[in-house]
Design a binder for this molecule. Structure first.
Ligand code: ATP
Length: 341
């Protein structure tokens, strides 16, 4: 049996998988609110106490965890949680040798999940002309903005982590220049994650709320900040012009960033949108506007129209990818994936 985990700033998913019957169906899947626990080890201890002991007793071969933050030499200081996660400590908690435990950036595990995802779990936004041997990129807005590159090496996918959510964000129209100034004033630095994430959606709402469109209703001023993203979604469903303007702008920001990632990696294999948010806000996606924004890169417009864009609708793609890393760890001929960082 192998153990896999998807550790997000909001929720931690843990589950057992049987490597012999593939990593598509977890045997026991539990979700925990990350912020309610002081460490990943404390969640693991709780999980082990909750699952059927027959799943793990003496049969645990390996474990892998995708975690939101940079993983360097088996250690990660999480970006959106006050945790430090170390392979050695996880191994001790699980009674495994450190060699049998992998810590990967969460986007690396999502990327591995994408490489084994059935086509029906990917919704097409732009069909394009996909190159099966081409590089792919994953853009995943959730609590943060995760981005990864899936290179190809001798026909084998090679997920590469990035911290692309924290680079400089640039406006793509004169109307967005005040947004840049607002972000600089508020944070001292404007990054894509400040806008393209759950908290980013809240920032975008506060920016638009300064001059709402006619008929736009403000959210209650005492609404907790973490409730703003889903409340904006709900209000947009109800037709509130302010929330609809925010949602439309949010999708344009995703499209522009997806186009940036596609160009920077020359992703002829395609762009995959993942993370918790895109699927939840799918009703507000205008595919024509998305592709207009995605391709608005001057002389590279034509090239970008050929790049397939899909949306992963599997909420478990990250944990399945972590299970794939753990499965590969068991196979001695794949020792290089032990500590993807
Ligand atoms: N309906 C919605 N519309 C937009 N955003 C939402 C909606 N519901 C929840 N969110 C936001 O989605 C974010 C959680 O995303 P996700 O489910 O991917 O969590 P996560 O895996 O813990 O995140 P990450 O891996 O990025 O740390 C939160 O910021 C939350 O406010």
């Amino acid at each position: 049996m192998i153990l896999a985990g998807d550790i997000g700033g909001t929720k931690t998913l843990l589950g057992f998988f049987d490597p012999d019957s593939g990593v598509h169906s977890p045997q026991s899947l539990h979700s925990y609110p990350s912020r309610d626990y002081p460490s990943l080890e404390s969640i693991l201890t709780r999980f082990m106490g909750e699952v059927d002991p027959r799943l793990s007793e003496g049969s645990l071969e390996s474990a892998a965890f995708g975690v939101a933050g940079p993983v360097i030499s088996g250690r990660c200081q999480t970006t959106n949680l006050p945790w430090i996660i170390e392979t050695s400590s996880l191994a001790k908690t699980l009674g495994l040798s450190p060699k049998s435990v992998a810590l990967a950036n969460d986007l690396v595990s999502i990327a591995w999940g994408i490489t084994i995802a059935p086509p029906e779990s990917l919704e097409t936004i732009n069909a394009g002309v996909g190159n099966p041997q081409g590089t792919r990129v994953v853009v995943a807005p959730g609590t943060g903005l995760g981005e990864a590159i899936i290179g190809m090496h001798n026909g084998t996918p090679l997920p590469i982590p990035t911290e692309g959510g924290h680079v400089d964000w640039a406006p793509t129209s004169p109307e967005e220049i005040p947004l840049l100034l607002w972000l600089w004033d508020k944070f001292g630095h404007a990054s894509p994650e400040r806008l393209i994430s759950g908290p980013g959606l809240a920032h975008l709402y506060h920016f638009h709320a300064q001059s709402p469109p006619p008929g736009g209703t403000l959210l209650p001023p005492d609404l907790p900040e973490e409730k703003v993203p889903e409340t904006v979604s709900l209000e947009a469903e109800r037709g509130n012009p302010l929330a609809l303007a925010v949602m439309k702008h949010f999708w344009r920001l995703i499209a522009a960033e997806a186009g940036n990632m596609a160009l920077k990696s020359l992703a002829t294999g395609g762009v995959i949108l993942a993370g918790g948010i895109p699927e939840k806000i799918l009703p507000f996606l205008d595919r024509t506007v998305f592709m207009d924004t995605f391709t608005a890169k001057g002389r590279y417009r034509q090239l970008l129209t050929t790049i397939p864009v899909t949306l992963s609708s599997d909420p478990d793609v990250g944990i399945k990818g972590a299970a794939e890393i753990a499965r590969r760890l068991v196979r001695s001929d794949h020792s290089s994936e032990r500590s993807p960082s």
